[in-house]
Write a protein that binds this ligand. Structure first.
Ligand code: NAP
Length: 304
């Protein structure tokens, strides 16, 4: 029986584990894929205090090394169901069943899909949700990025150093991403290597064994045009991974409702980071949530 089972090995889960371990608690982290969560997909982090510039994979590895050196148990398994309402919390994975006195849910969020013709067919055949992972495959090629948030803007800047040409397609004429990135992008546009296609929506993806072109609807004149591309990078936000947490209260967008101390509606169950109902989703806020949750978990355990 663990003092705490943490589901998700991103910055929030790892910070919570670090603090709990320092408080002398036994901790298990269950992770579906690889440590780091969305952080791994970020190629250049410039807003983590104290570190001017670092790539996401390196920061993830540093955090992971720190917690495993401290003796946090980590298993790479897929959580398929949970029983959370009793005093003993049970977390079932595809391989095992674990028991804990508390659970911290830090599962983050998965890439949102466009839901258009050709998207599923060409996933991994030119359609990608991770420029950092797949960008290098498109050296000197023509690629498009869709989205208007920080991820899409950073992806464009990253891909512009690899590809021959980058199109950025956004459904509005204003960006959701930070001004500093928009300014950098507009500066880069002057080189001719980057082209902004605004007020437009990608409506279909075509190709043969791989992506060859995309159809774009101009929302101002309702005309559809086609451009030839070798890849489409989809960066239109993320959706929370909350399907397996029966009984945990979610908001209308399926994010977990938490109070300021990261309690959910179920005693002994806490949540934080991107999966929770918060208005800022950054590495520092994910870490902060993990630290706050750890003190709430320690206080809950001391009352058991
Ligand atoms: P996001 O901020 O939610 O932006 C998603 C973008 O995709 C928006 O511009 C949205 O358009 C567009 N979009 C959504 N659904 C669409 C659809 N069906 N078709 C076409 N476009 C669609 O997502 P994100 O960029 O992944 O960022 C997620 C969070 O991580 C944010 O809080 C962001 O600040 C943070 N982040 C931070 C950094 C950093 O600080 N270095 C880096 C990456 C991400 P509208 O604008 O019209 O809604």
């Amino acid at each position: 029986m663990y003092d705490c089972i943490i589901i998700g090995c991103g910055p929030s889960g790892m910070t919570c584990a670090l603090y709990l371990k320092r408080a002398g608690k036994s901790v298990l982290i269950i992770e579906r894929s690889m440590p780091g969560g969305q952080m791994v997909l970020t190629h250049n982090i410039q807003n983590y205090p104290g570190i001017e510039q670092i790539d996401g994979a390196t920061l993830s590895n540093k955090m992971f090394e720190q917690i495993t050196n401290m003796g946090v148990d980590v298993v790479f398994e897929d959580v398929i169901s949970c029983s959370l309402t009793g005093k003993v919390k049970v977390v079932n994975t595809d391989k095992n069943s674990y028991q804990g006195k508390t659970v911290y849910i830090a599962t983050g969020a998965s890439s949102r899909l466009l839901g258009i013709e050709g998207e599923k067919k060409f996933t991994s055949k030119g359609v990608s949700y991770c420029a950092t992972c797949d960008g290098a495959l498109y050296k000197d090629c023509v690629v498009a990025v869709v989205g208007g948030g920080n991820t899409s803007l950073e992806d464009c800047l990253y891909l512009a150093n690899i590809a021959k040409k980058v199109y950025l397609i956004h459904r509005r004429d204003e960006f959701r991403g930070d001004k500093i990135l928009v300014d950098r992008l507009k500066q880069f546009e002057k080189s001719g290597k980057l082209e902004l296609i605004l007020n437009s929506q990608v409506v279909a993806i075509s190709g043969d064994e791989k992506v060859r072109s995309i159809n774009i609807l101009n929302k101002l004149n309702n005309k559809i045009s086609s451009i030839e591309v070798d890849a489409l990078f989809v960066a239109i936000g993320r959706e929370p991974d909350t399907d397996v947490f029966d009984g945990v209260k979610l908001n209308s967008s399926k994010y977990i409702e938490v109070d300021e101390k990261k309690h959910t509606n179920i005693e002994g169950v806490f949540a934080g980071g991107d999966v929770s109902d918060t208005n800022l989703r950054q590495i520092v806020t994910a870490c902060s949530d993990g630290a706050i949750a750890s003190t709430s978990i320690t206080s809950y355990l001391s009352k058991l």
